[in-house]
Write a protein that binds this ligand. Structure first.
Ligand code: TRP
Ligand code: ZN
Length: 876
């Protein structure tokens, strides 16, 4: 065993050096026994041409018990190598040689879930980003690409299935044990290595690729979950077809496997030919999975599949380039889902997610560029900024080049860099090369953190109508000064009937204005009397500020043909009302009364949305949903979460009341008599669940009856959970009984029980802290299962601001206790949950002091992962 633990250190982009040796071949033998697994490895090393004279090499290795080390078959004595602080250094290496090692590891004790670990009796791996070093010695960095051959050995009866990347090439039996050898012909970085040993059921199908090859598709899960794999299989086949048609990308191996595991730190992992998925992102059945869950499975299955090209065939040079694969792949999965379902709805959902979650990240102590310049633990940089903002940056390039140009650029990218580890600059260079555009200024999107604020003023004079833009990116940690970025602003100008007017000589009614200066103006001669429809389709990830004139937002909400702009108008209207309530403006000190006035103001335009709900129920649901309490809080500094809670609850209640007959009508008229799982049916369920919540919020006497009826005889989990949520969140009399009944029905379905926990942990109210604490005592609560931890701790810290920020500090105390508990088992999950504390600098002073004290005490014993996040939060 190594002597010391690796110290916290900062890795910097400008210190990147290419490795001295390549690893051309890796031969692994993983011998699994109870309590200890022995990993033998042979690495065929080849010195790089430009590293002449170098003869030593370092290999990462964390927590490995080294049994032996040999160079070209000769056992090395202890003078020729050092293993300390997570690094094995070997000296005296010739230009080409084979380094063999034998190490012991203990997957049974691995609760951090990186490297090889045990999940419900199944062995599995997670190597991204730096998990492989927990399995064997290796230069654990994405720019070392090797061909892997892997032999897995285990007890035959308990582990009939032995999987790794690529194709099975040999197998055999050995008494009670057996072994299988897998060979992956494609060179890959070690973060894409995977191995599974278990007893699993398989759903099998085939896919014929565009060049006529047949690929075996195998989805594995626990035997009891075999009936929950059909949706993932359909999604996989659709994703494979879509990538052929949209990007010309074909699958390259003969087998594609997905394995579902219950213990997983993230959503899923794109290991070459052997994806490993969190059960929550692959299992789906109408009885146990919500509609949102179905959509998530579709998009995550597609996301991991798309990585086969954007990530695996062309990979990242270093982890600073993470968004090269993640931003691009998210863009690809978003477009896939848009094509499979309603594109307008999908766009609004994606923007909603970005502005509610990534924007706050960009405004807090964790803000970082899409291509960061330094990190301590790379695990902490799998962020919304890398994924979601990264996708927006790719989307802007897509629009700048147009569909055809973009496709030419990606063809060039995939062809030129196939089998290589490259950078974000390489990606953009392909965009420039095919289009002739100069994107050097555009690239500031990669290096500059923070969300640009774009203020627009409109003026009307004898020359016509003008839009004047001013952009400013606020300072972020480590980046005080900001330069202007290139902001494509797609606009239309709507006349009194809501029709876009002609904007230029070409007769266009929609144009993209490129704002790349700090201040810039555009004139539309001869235009007057219009309402501006700005940032259509959310053409850039910016905060848009514009003082709309009276009635303009209502006009946009009622008439704009752009789904995003309609939705943005609805947000502006809700936030304006909510802000007045938070600030106590509006003429009355009584919040309930003020909220009634606000609701009456909003009622007319919302009634129009409801009247048109039949056209697209999902879109109506998005327009009618109030922004979240957390999103409202993010608009107010210093933040007083108690006031925000009251304002939010009051408006919800007043809207419930003001439109009660409409909510009642929607709750009843949208009831389906038979189950359908298409987009239309899902949209109707979404709208009905929303209507039911408003009905309950407005204390309508029928709310409980409708919720209970739905809960008793649901057609699917979306209905059942929607009813349960309404009962619990509005504390209706039937809540306790429904919770008990739900638990009885679903106690053996872990993913459903996660929902049961999370509905309760997110039930808002300052008096809810003890209730959440009670959930931790429930026999089914388990600190070692990330999904369960997220369902309570994540829901509490992320979706229950009133309890989390309870005035007496009890929420912070509970949060700190939870963090310490989780961190002792799983630092990645603890660090992720700790992000909920990033709003600390915005809090009102009394709360800030309380939260700070709790976090400081947790930080004392914290892991490197958690301490990086807490350090950033506390440094403000
Ligand atoms: N690459 C994975 C994705 O598809 C992300 C991922 C899965 C991951 N598991 C992880 C990242 C564990 C860090 C740690 O987005
Ligand atoms: Zn990904």
């Amino acid at each position: 065993m190594e002597t010391a633990h690796s110290a916290v250190k900062t890795t910097r982009l400008d210190e990147y050096r290419s490795p001295a040796y390549r690893v051309d071949e890796v031969r692994l033998d993983v011998d699994i026994h109870d309590g200890v697994t022995t990993v033998s490895s042979e690495l065929v090393l080849q010195r790089h041409a430009d590293a002449a004279g170098v003869s030593s090499m370092t290999f990462n290795g964390e927590g490995l018990s080294l049994r032996s080390l040999a160079l070209d078959g000769v056992v090395l004595n202890e003078a020729s190598y050092r293993y300390e602080a997570g690094l094995l250094t070997v000296d005296g290496l010739p230009e080409r040689c084979t380094l063999s090692s034998v190490v012991d590891i203990e997957p049974e004790k691995n609760t951090a879930l990186e490297g090889l670990y045990l999940s419900k009796g199944m062995y599995c791996t997670q190597c991204e980003a730096e998990g492989f070093r927990h399995i064997t010695f290796f230069p654990d960095r994405p720019d070392v690409l090797s061909r892997f051959t892997t032999t897995v050995r285990a007890d035959r009866a308990r582990f009939p299935l032995l999987l790794s990347n690529g194709n099975p090439v040999a197998s055999g039996e050995d008494g009670e044990r057996h072994w299988v050898t897998w060979e992956d012909p494609f060179p890959k970085p070690c973060y894409l290595f995977a191995l599974v040993a278990g007893d699993l059921a398989c759903l099998e199908d085939t896919f014929n690729t565009m060049s006529g090859r047949e690929v075996a598709l195998r989805l594995y899960a626990e035997h009891r979950d075999l009936d929950k794999l059909d949706h993932a299989m359909e999604s996989l086949k659709q994703a494979m077809r879509w990538d052929e048609q949209t990007y010309g990308r074909e699958y390259d191996l003969d087998i594609y496997m997905i394995v579902a595991v219950s213990h997983f730190n993230m959503g899923a992992m794109e290991n070459k030919g052997l994806n490993i998925f969190n059960t929550s992102c692959v299992l789906a059945h109408p009885a146990t999975t919500t509609d949102a869950g179905f959509q998530r499975v579709e998009s995550v299955v597609a996301h991991e599949y798309f990585h086969n090209w954007s990530g695996n065939r062309v990979t990242c040079r270093d982890w600073f380039q993470l968004s090269l694969k993640e931003g691009f792949t998210v863009f690809r999965d978003q477009e896939f889902s848009a094509d499979m379902n309603s594109a307008a709805v999908k766009r609004v959902e994606d923007v909603d997610f970005l502005v509610n979650h990534q924007f706050p990240e960009d405004q807090g102590p964790m803000a970082h560029p899409v291509r960061p310049s330094e990190y301590q633990k790379i695990d902490n940089f799998y962020t919304l900024t890398i994924y979601e903002k990264g996708a927006e940056i790719v989307r802007m390039q897509y629009h700048l080049l147009g569909a055809e140009g973009f496709r030419k650029a990606t063809d060039l990218y995939f062809e030129r860099f196939d089998g290589q580890a490259v950078t974000c600059d390489d990606f953009v260079a392909c965009m420039e090369e095919v289009s002739g555009l100069d994107l050097s200024k555009f690239k500031r999107w990669y290096s500059q953190a923070g969300t640009p604020v774009l203020s627009v003023t409109a003026t009307q004079d004898e020359h016509g109508y003008s839009l004047n833009f001013r952009q400013q990116t606020p300072p972020t940690p480590g980046q005080a000064e900001k330069l202007p970025v290139v902001i494509p602003v797609r606009i239309a100008l709507l006349d009194r009937d809501g029709e876009p007017v002609i904007l230029d000589e070409q007769g266009r009614r929609e144009v993209v204005l490129i704002v790349d200066q700090q201040e810039q103006g555009f004139v539309f001669p001869g235009v007057s009397g219009v309402t501006p429809s700005l940032l259509r389709g959310f053409s850039a990830p910016v905060v848009l500020q514009h003082d709309y004139q009276d009635g303009q937002l209502e006009h946009l909400l009622a008439h704009d043909s752009d789904g995003y702009c309609r939705w943005a108008a609805s947000r502006e209207l809700y936030f304006a009302a909510l802000d007045r309530l938070v600030k106590g403006e509006g003429g009355t000190a009584n919040v309930a009364q003020a909220a009634e006035q606000e609701a009456n103001q909003l009622a007319a335009v919302l009634d129009q949305v409801i009247a048109r709900a039949g056209e697209d129920a999902a879109q109506a649901a998005l327009l009618l949903a109030l922004p979240s309490e957390v999103a409202l809080g993010d608009r107010h500094v210093p933040l007083d979460p108690g006031r925000v809670h009251v304002a939010h609850r009051s408006l919800r209640r007043a809207l419930g009341h003001a439109l009660q007959s409409q909510w009642l009508e929607l709750s009843e008229s949208l009831l389906a008599t038979e189950l359908q799982m298409d987009g239309v049916a899902m949209g109707r369920r979404q709208l009905r669940n929303l209507a039911l919540e408003y009905l309950a919020a407005g204390d309508h006497p029928e709310a409980e009856r409708i919720a209970v009826e739905l809960f008793e005889l649901p057609l699917c989990m979306s209905e059942e959970l929607g009813a349960l949520r309404t009962l619990v969140h509005y504390q209706l009399p039937g809540a306790a009984q429904a919770l008990a009944q739900f638990e009885k029905r679903w106690k053996d379905e872990a993913l459903v029980m996660d929902q049961w926990f999370s509905v309760q942990a997110s039930a808002g109210g300052t008096d809810q802290v003890e209730r959440v604490r009670g959930l931790l005592q429930h026999p089914a609560f388990d600190w070692a299962t990330p999904n369960r931890v997220r369902s309570v701790v994540g829901a509490f810290a992320g979706s229950n601001p009133a309890a989390f920020h309870a005035e007496d500090g009890s929420g912070y105390r509970l949060f700190a206790e939870m963090l310490a508990k989780v961190d002792a088992l799983n630092p990645q999950i603890a660090a992720r949950i700790a992000n909920a504390a990033a709003r600390l600098p915005r809090l009102k002073a009394e709360l800030q002091g309380k939260l700070r004290a709790e976090l400081e005490s947790v930080k004392k014993g914290a892991s490197a992962n958690l301490s990086e996040v807490l350090g950033r939060v506390l440094s403000n």
